[in-house]
Design a protein. Sequence first.
Length: 248
Amino acid sequence: MKKKRSIKKIIIGIVIAVVIFLGLIFFMAYKELQEEDILKQEIINYSNKDLATDDYSIKVKTTGDRAYVEEAVKKYYKSLSDSVKAINSYLNDEELTNILTINSLRNDSPNYTKSHALISNTKSKVTKELKNISSLCEEDTIKNLIDKDKLSDSEYYYDFYLDLMYTKKDLETLKSTKEQMETLSNNLNEFLDKVDEILTLLETNANYIEYTDTDIYISDDNILNEYNNLLNELTNLANNMANTESDI
């Protein structure tokens, strides 16, 4: 009897152990699927944010391979957002937007040294950020964003990542964004070059120019006509830039 009871206890113990083991397996599988859903939602949330205004602070909500993928994707979008915000900051800088106002021109005349330097620095900084955005929109950048060697289940999670970030729609969007950035870069350089051209005209013809508190007087009609033509060209370039930005 004692032997039968002993065998019965062993069987019960084995059954309990198996149940616990299976329970752990099911729990881990459930947790894996749950975290995959979290990862998908986090990537969707980040891809739907407004690059110019939304917060892209990086808070990782998953673990393991998923955490690595999540962090890499969030860093990617944060880099995009940082560049977009930087460009907006440079272009909305008060000194730049007021560069052709009477007060700014009068204070910086006759050589407009400060204004020339501001244009050069703005072109350099904006071009750098636009190049970063353009680079981030390259297909190779997306494909190489994840290092397979850092994944324990490299094939599964790399494919999982590509399914989320490398779809046909994603590639079309990236191509379109890259082309828009190149157009914006060209338009911006033309715009700033035109501003610089206006400053150079005023600089080289300082003897014919007089400033009051509210206006600029150009005593030579040819110079005045050239000045007005350049201002019209600048207005057209500004309209082109506005249309380009509205399409992005």
